[in-house]
Design a binder for this molecule. Structure first.
Ligand code: ATP
Length: 234
């Protein structure tokens, strides 16, 4: 298994946000994680990437526990995140933001500046613009490109459609199959269930810090999702 969580718990001080979460992600697979506001989706991403500490043995990468590693060390293992809110370096240009992603982990792979510009041609046009001069959708493309520049084996995308216009969301989602074609496994955290299911092989639904549904995306029913999302009987 590429990545696995086993009984993962995580807290913010006294506040417990995850209660025994078990998820698996196989190499090359695309997994959607859906759930309402506050369900714990971003917390799960932070625990996997080492931003939020967790007990030993709860997060395994290729069978090895990584819970004690720093975020930088976890990134070196080929796990990259597109964080919620994009978090670009605002004073740096598009190209500088992308190059920083490549500096953080230097390995051979399908992703280079040119490959990212092929994926999102608008970024090539705007390569000298500062991050702050971009639209929200363009900033999201830079955030995705920056993560790809480290040639990850696992790309974690946290709410990449949040706050964007439908036409922009469509463009960004159109890029996801091309990213998968490069071989990376992906986790797509989404509140937009339809979008998540359109790209995923499997789906997990979370509610109040627990996994309430785990199913193949093609087999899951609307009623089952409704029950898992809101905690009501299907
Ligand atoms: P969203 O769509 O709002 O990002 P989410 O499913 O990603 O939702 P999380 O952000 O993981 O949810 O939040 C899970 C719980 O942890 C929520 O109750 C939230 O209020 C709490 N929480 C999140 N971040 C913090 C923090 N930095 N300090 C304290 N509590 C937090």
């Amino acid at each position: 298994m590429l990545l696995e969580t086993r009984g993962l718990t995580a807290s913010y001080g006294q506040f417990r946000a995850l209660f025994g979460v078990d998820v698996t992600i196989a190499a090359g697979e695309c997994v959607a994680i859906i759930g309402a506001n506050g369900a714990g989706k971003s917390t799960l991403m932070r625990a996997i990437t080492g931003i939020l500490r967790n007990e030993p043995g709860m997060v395994l990468h290729k069978g090895e526990p990584i819970g004690a590693l720093s975020p930088a060390a976890i990134m070196q293992r080929g796990i990259a995140m597109v964080p919620e809110g994009r978090r670009l370096f605002p004073s740096l240009s598009v190209e500088e933001n992308l190059l920083i992603g490549g500096q953080m982990r230097k390995v051979a792979g399908p992703w280079s500046l040119e490959a990212v510009y092929d994926l999102f041609p608008i970024l090539k046009e705007r390569r000298r613009s500062p991050g702050t001069a971009l639209s929200g959708g363009q900033q999201q493309m830079v955030a995705i490109g920056r993560a790809l520049m480290s040639n990850p084996e696992l790309l974690l995308c946290d709410e990449i459609s949040l706050g964007l216009a439908p036409v922009v969301i469509r463009d960004i989602y159109a890029a996801l199959p091309k990213i998968r074609a490069g071989g990376a496994a992906m986790v797509v955290v989404e509140q937009d269930i339809g979008k998540a299911l359109s790209v995923a092989d499997r789906v997990y639904c979370m509610m109040e810090g627990r996994v309430t549904l785990a199913a193949p995306a093609a087999a899951v029913t609307r009623a089952a999702i409704h029950a898992a999302y809101f905690g009501e009987a299907a």
